[in-house]
Design a protein around this ligand. Structure first.
Ligand SMILES: C[S@@+](CC[C@H](N)C(=O)[O-])C[C@H]1O[C@@H](n2cnc3c(N)ncnc32)[C@H](O)[C@@H]1O
Length: 273
């Protein structure tokens, strides 16, 4: 058991604040609940001045309502934003504070998930050359960039960091916690017009839930119906395309064209692993 003095000094950064709540509650639940509430906090209904997902927020905070530790969640949110901002210019470290925490404290020993080191993500984004490798390239329409096993989304963040164009970023992951981390990471880094879907990327029709990262209106919005998900539709189409080619590709591609243009052979596609 830690003394009061020790615990009060453990509030200086995101990880320590989450750990402080984790001494009393299950750490993985605390982290997952933090992600859920942070996402709820990222939207506001202008009519009610409350989150569109107020009910989900209240349901998530309910287990903590009798504990003073509930006040640590907003502090963790503030620390997260501050640390992400602070690390923004540090491409060697990246600003995936959530992914670092997950890797070091949650996944280790459970599923043993590890993410790609930030420097490797930057290198991969540079060789895939998001902007076509051409210095003065004038990109007339946004590219749609997919990581079909996105983890915390750090490869998408590296691609976003290296592109001077407002591209669209898409992530798929089978793990719901990873999907939430990616959605928050894209939102906080300003990668709008993006979407992150919880699904088995190896199956063309699988769908659990998806999140749209939007600028107007500002926020992270749930897409609960798969037919309403742009990513799900594109993902399905990419499988259909592979089948008509008569061979299975080892790459999953996103068709970059509007739906009305599908079938014409003028797509520009980008695969990012
Ligand atoms: C090694 S991590 C890589 C994450 C990220 N691309 C990176 O480079 O940091 C692999 C990720 O793939 C996800 N994954 C595994 N099987 C999957 C599947 N069938 N469909 C979607 N995601 C999957 C895992 O949940 C995990 O987050």
């Amino acid at each position: 058991m830690k003394s009061k003095q020790q615990t009060s000094s453990l509030q200086n950064n995101f990880a320590e604040t989450i750990h402080k709540i984790g001494y009393r509650f299950s750490l993985s639940n605390v982290f997952n609940d933090f992600l859920t509430m942070a996402m709820c906090a990222c939207t506001q209904n202008p009519l009610t001045q409350k989150s569109y997902y107020e009910d989900e927020y209240l349901q998530t905070i309910a287990p903590y309502k009798d504990s003073e530790l509930r006040h640590e969640f907003p502090k963790a949110f503030a620390h997260l934003v501050f640390e992400m901002e602070e690390r923004l210019q540090d491409s060697g470290r990246g600003n995936d504070v959530l992914g670092d925490f997950f890797e070091q404290n949650i996944s280790n020993g459970r599923n043993g998930q590890f993410f790609t080191p930030p420097t490797v993500c930057e290198f991969m984004a540079s060789i895939v050359s998001v902007d076509g490798g051409v210095e003065d390239l004038v990109q007339t329409e946004p590219l749609r960039i997919l990581d079909p096993s996105c983890g915390s989304g750090r490869m998408l963040l590296a691609a976003h960091r290296q592109s001077k164009y407002p591209n669209e970023y898409y992530g798929i992951d089978i793990d719901r916690t990873c999907v939430k981390m990616t959605a928050l990471n894209l939102f906080f880094n300003g990668a709008f017009n993006s979407e992150v879907m919880c699904a088995n990327a190896l199956s063309p029709t699988d769908f659990v839930i998806s999140y749209r990262i939007s600028m107007f209106p500002l926020g992270i919005f749930k897409v609960e119906n798969k037919e309403d998900s742009l990513l799900w539709n594109m993902h399905c189409n990419s499988f259909a395309k592979q089948e008509t080619k008569g061979k299975m590709s080892d790459k999953i591609v996103v068709d970059n064209r509007p739906f009305s243009e599908r079938g014409k052979n003028n797509a520009s596609q980008l695969v990012l692993f």
